[in-house]
Design a protein around this ligand. Sequence first.
Ligand SMILES: *[C@@H]1O[C@H](CO)[C@@H](O)[C@H](O)[C@H]1NC(C)=O
Ligand SMILES: *[C@@H]1O[C@H](CO)[C@@H](O)[C@H](O)[C@H]1NC(C)=O
Length: 298
Amino acid sequence: MKTLPMCSSSSSSGSSSTTKLWIGHAIVAGAAVAIAIGARAYLGRSSKFRTRVVGIIPARFASSRFQGKPLVHILGKPMIQRTWERTKLATTLDHVVVATDDEKIAECCRGFGADVIMTSESCRNGTERCNEALQKLEKKYDIVVNIQGDEPLIEPEIIDGVVKALQAAPDAVFSTAVTSLKPEDAFDPNRVKCVVDNCGYAIYFSRGLIPYNKSGKVNPQFPYMLHLGIQSYDSNFLKIYPELPPTPLQLEEDLEQLKVLENGYKMKVIKVDHDAHGVDAPEDVEKIESLMRERNLS
Ligand SMILES: *[C@@H]1O[C@H](CO)[C@@H](O)[C@H](O)[C@H]1NC(C)=O
Ligand SMILES: *[C@@H]1O[C@H](CO)[C@@H](O)[C@H](O)[C@H]1NC(C)=O
């Protein structure tokens, strides 16, 4: 008996043929199914899906760990400018904006040529800030990429990768990226781990090591994955995401993205090669500068 394969290998970031299969197998809850059906109707009419894309870099001045972080200089340039310059190199973005509540940040960004959207101080996190900025933009967009301002070395290819993944997976409302986890980070709760299914859809994220080897130790043979901060959303989903009530696993792990999965939405994950060099604390600045000098990045 011939069996229908559920999906192709996990390394594929989602071709249109796997997309079709996934629409057929929409074994997912509520709205995700509706979106998939809508997408199928849409795809029947046109080969392009979710074409209009905006990249938003949320930046706030106040931060408990690092006041004024977006403006800190890294090898002579404000960190936010470095992030913006990298983002501008992405080919899938129709528009890039910085969303901030702070006049100093806005002024700095306008100074190097960025478009700025002012958002309220009441935004509780980057996702809410992206959503507010989206509402304030004149044009309509199908996809919003949330580009964290604290990853000044983000590769434009990663941004393009998450966008393309979401365009190729109409049953997903969210896409994000992972990279190989370093063994020394296995038990660090600040390094979030992720496991995916055979089609590259997220199964779970955890601060604990997943999967967990019964030896209790890191299995040097297993390709563990580290979650990177970049995420992109279907813009209709972004409108409801901040309002979705908190869910038990989200609260227990203190991981926002679990709310997406717990509500039955699908999330596409791409695997990329990336050395994460997030700037979380003042002492990270020196680390990233010496690394950039080493690699001759300016
Ligand atoms: C656990 O890790 C060891 C290596 O440390 C590996 O040989 C083994 O296959 C892994 N899985 C199980 C179920 O033990
Ligand atoms: C952002 O903050 C609000 C309020 O704390 C919360 O409801 C929401 O889940 C947070 N995260 C996202 C991704 O919207």
